[in-house]
Design a protein around this ligand. Sequence first.
Ligand code: HEM
Length: 181
Amino acid sequence: MEDRSSWQIKDEATLTELVALMNLSPEEIAVMKDMLPEAQAAAPGMTKTFYERLFAHDATAEYLKNVSMDRLHGMVQTWFAELFSGQYDNAYAQRRLTIGHVHVKIGLPVRYPLAMLDVVMPFGEQVAAKHANPTLAAQAFRKVLALDVAIFNQAYEDNQLKHLAELVGGERLARRLLAGT
Ligand code: HEM
């Protein structure tokens, strides 16, 4: 297996790369910003549905014992509203990577956060539907959410790669092992 240029893209640079890959345009960024007040208004409802879903399933509810639910509600509301910040810079990428790492550290399988998009998506779609240009707004929301999912997942992959690389003595070998070659 040959080396790939994507292997050199790390940390916050992954967001810059993905913004380019997804063709996130200045118009789409402006539309996201327009929606911020509506998103802030929708955030408490989104968060309520989010935790109802997680508490209704034993394997996910287990993670929410002994944590401050007030704090978590606030942080997930902020997470949702920040999707609409219109500022997808290095600081944004760092914040989103850190959120991913927090979930790595609690031993949460990545399938759970990924599955929760089913809750997040309709709330974003409802916000977009209220915009003067709902088609563009929905497209922008889908892109920014896709970026976020990619970054969240990247935190998991970075962690696995880091530990495997330490174990086998290098990232190239770790990547080859993960590829099964
Ligand atoms: C779309 C998916 C998710 C998002 C956007 C999200 C968002 C967040 C955010 C923003 C934080 C605060 C991070 C920080 O301290 O800086 C957090 C913490 C946490 N999340 Fe999630 N979360 C998601 C999925 C889940 C799932 C599926 C579970 C468990 C079943 C979960 C359990 C937790 C727990 C236990 C903490 C607190 C960790 C700690 O402080 O020790 N999250 N989440």
